[in-house]
Ligand binder design. Structure first.
Ligand code: ADP
Length: 674
């Protein structure tokens, strides 16, 4: 049971673990693809915002620098630089006022002369440009932007940092993000005449960026302070000495990455960052057609690479995290469902596998058991065969011993028995013997003969069983055999109303090659039986030739012994040739005998190449017949009858006998008359 459980778990895990790992791998890959799509989208949109911001700033700077150059190259201003008159001043004021009214985003347009005094100043306040009265013009000799511009050569320009406008030492409210851009004014003769300064109000530009990006796009100066930030409160920290309003302070990880890389994307625990660095001066493009000479930013103070802002797009985590979570939930749920199906499928499969394995194990065990049984059976069989073999050998040995015993005993009995028969025969001939004694001697003699017959049968049977019986092959005359048969048998028939008829051999079959004694023995036995079991009627011993080729030296002769005796019942006919078989086995039977005669006859017929058959009807008679092959032998002796071409009278009360005699005499060329 424990083993089956272990098998189940082992096979289950072998299938389930790799498949589930594969499913999880695919799910992870799918999630990664989804996540990277999301990040790609995030990156693209934030990058587009950053690029749009850069373009807006660049365009604004293009416009400012173009405007500055346009004003610096005005003819009226140039004339005035050589020869400043009230008229020329008034003309410039008019021109600059209308310029300010059109542009709307220059808070101040000024000419500050070489002594630092404002010569012209056009203010733009609450949507109205106006020229400041002469008595209100101020000296700006100590201002940073004036000092620095005075150090520039012709063609160079100064751009201040972007900060809030300060009026009379105070940050102006509402806040006015401002950039001062200035270029020195130098006459053809090279005389310095101060500078032209534009105060550019950047609020429009910043507002434009803020609205377009819903506070996600920030503009940060190179120190990390927001110029455009998450909210108005976070901006301009450097103006209010609030160091905490600094990206480096609030988002240190993002800031350190930004300061190092300058552009790119980065994700921190706070969210997703896309940033770029803009060099406003680097983006300034000045048309040559507008200028006689190209203006350059000051190499001294305004190195274009030092003057940098960072444009940062920030997407807080809570804005894209839910999407990511939804995707992971989707993938996770699908994976879980798949794993559940796989779990069930694998469970079912393993269950089936286990069932099959169990069946296989059972079959194997049964087979093993069968083999073991077969093995045991084979061993048993081998043992039995061995035993049988031993038994057979011992049986054969016993049989052999029995046969030897029988033949020895038969032989030993036969010798005194022959003496007894011989002396009774001599005694029978004694004339002086009284009648009773003569009759007793005669009975002794006939009993002795019967006993001798039985002993002869036993001897023959034991020889047959021991395979010691040999068939001779010698020339003989069939006539002699039949004559001898007739002589012996007719004496037995004597007292019975039975006619014994023995037919002569067919023509040309007298001289044969074979065992005449054994043939005679068969015929004697069968004829003897016929006499024994026939109370009246006739017994015919016939010989006919069967299928004999005239030219051949080999013939087949059919012998038949037919009687009109008691016959043999059908159910006994099958076993009648078995040893010790008799039709009447009762103790009161009329006929003597050991039941060996037919067995010996059958064996002898078979040894001579034939088959002994029986045809019998109970109460009507029996016929024993067999066919034997013989080689013809060369005729010998005097064959010619002394009496030829004579008429002979055949007289007998039996018609069969008369027929036979007639046929026999024809063989000797004698005619007969019955
Ligand atoms: P047995 O010595 O008893 O005659 P056999 O082997 O010669 O032994 O014959 C076996 C039995 O066959 C006989 O006992 C007899 O019953 C039966 N038998 C043999 N020949 C004849 C026959 N011609 N007619 C009737 N019965 C016969």
């Amino acid at each position: 049971m424990k083993q089956k459980k272990y098998f189940f778990i082992k096979h289950f895990l072998i299938i389930f673990i790799p498949i589930s790992l594969f499913v999880l791998g695919v799910a992870y890959f799918f999630f990664q693809v989804q996540a990277s799509q999301l990040y790609g989208h995030l990156k693209l949109s934030s990058q587009a915002s950053v690029d749009a911001g850069r373009t807006t700033i660049s365009k604004n700077f293009d416009v400012i620098t173009s405007d500055l150059l346009f004003l610096a190259n005005e003819q009226e201003l140039k004339k005035s630089l050589d020869n400043t008159t009230t008229l020329s001043i008034e003309n410039i004021k008019k021109q600059w006022t209308s310029f300010s009214a059109i542009k709307k985003n220059y808070d101040q347009i000024r000419w500050i002369d070489e002594a630092g005094l404002e010569q012209i100043r056009i203010n733009y306040n609450n949507g109205k440009p106006y020229a400041v009265a002469k008595e209100n013009l101020q000296s700006k000799i100590s201002r940073d932007y004036f000092i620095k511009t005075q150090q520039l050569t012709k063609g160079e320009f100064y751009i201040s940092r972007l900060d809030l406008n300060v009026e009379y030492g105070k940050i102006e409210e509402p806040r006015k993000p401002t950039i001062r851009i200035a270029t020195p004014l130098i006459t053809k003769e090279g005389k310095r005449r101060g500078a032209i300064v534009l105060n550019y109000a950047s609020s429009d530009m910043l507002e434009q960026l803020r609205l377009a990006n819903k506070n996600h796009l920030w503009l940060i100066n190179k120190n990390g302070f927001w110029l455009l930030g998450p909210s108005a409160e976070d901006e301009w920290g450097f103006m209010f000495q609030k160091q905490e309003l600094n990206m480096a302070h609030r988002y240190p990880e993002a800031w350190s990455y930004l300061s190092e890389k300058l552009n790119g994307t980065h994700e921190t625990p706070e969210g997703f960052w896309t940033f770029n660095t803009i060099y406003p001066l680097h983006t300034v493009k000045i048309s040559k057609s507008t200028l006689n000479q190209q203006l350059q930013p000051s190499a001294l103070h305004l190195h274009k690479l030092k003057y940098a802002w960072h444009i940062v797009h920030f997407t807080p985590k809570n804005q894209y995290r839910p999407q990511l979570k939804a995707k992971s939930f989707q993938v996770g749920t699908t994976s879980c469902v798949l794993l559940a199906i796989l779990f069930l499928g694998t469970w079912k499969l393993t269950h089936l596998q286990q069932k099959e394995a169990n069946a296989l194990t059972e079959a194997t065990e049964t087979l093993k058991l069968q083999r073991e049984n077969e093995h045991i059976y084979a061993e048993k069989m081998a043992k039995q065969t061995e035993e049988l073999q031993a038994t057979k050998i011992s049986a054969e040995q016993a049989n052999q011993a029995k046969s030897i015993f029988l033949s020895t005993m038969s032989h030993e009995i036969r010798t005194p028995l022959n003496a007894i028969i011989g002396f009774t025969h001599l005694l029978e001939k004694q004339e002086s013997l009284p009648n009773t004694a003569a009759s007793m001697v005669q009975k002794i003699k006939s009993s002795g003969r019967v006993l001798l017959g039985i002993i002869n049968d036993i001897l023959d049977y034991s020889k047959i069983e021991a395979n010691h019986l040999e068939i001779k092959n010698e020339p003989f005359q069939l006539n002699d055999v039949l004559d001898h048969l007739a002589t012996i048998m007719s004496s037995q028939v004597n007292q019975k109303p039975v006619e014994l008829i023995i037919t002569p051999p067919p023509e040309g079959t007298n001289f044969l090659q074979g065992d005449s004694l054994r043939l005679e023995q068969i015929l004697m036995n069968l004829t003897g039986n016929a006499i024994k079991y026939t109370a009246w009627g006739e017994i015919v011993v016939g010989v006919t030739s069967v299928n004999s080729d005239q030219n051949s030296h080999r013939i087949h002769l059919k012998f038949s012994i037919k009687d009109t005796g008691i016959g043999i019942p059908t159910h006994k006919q099958k076993n009648i040739f078995e040893p010790f078989t008799q039709v009447d086995t009762s103790s009161t039977r009329n006929f003597s005998g050991a039941g060996l005669g037919l067995t010996i006859c059958r064996h002898l017929v078979e040894l001579m190449g034939g088959q002994l058959h029986l045809r019998s009807t109970l109460g009507q008679g029996s016929e024993f017949f067999f066919t034997l092959p013989f080689d013809l032998s060369t005729p010998y002796g005097n064959l010619t009858a002394k009496v030829t071409n004579q008429y002979i009278l055949v007289a007998d009360d039996n018609s069969t006998t008369r027929d036979l005699c007639t046929r026999q005499f024809c063989g000797y060329n004698l005619s007969s008359n019955r």
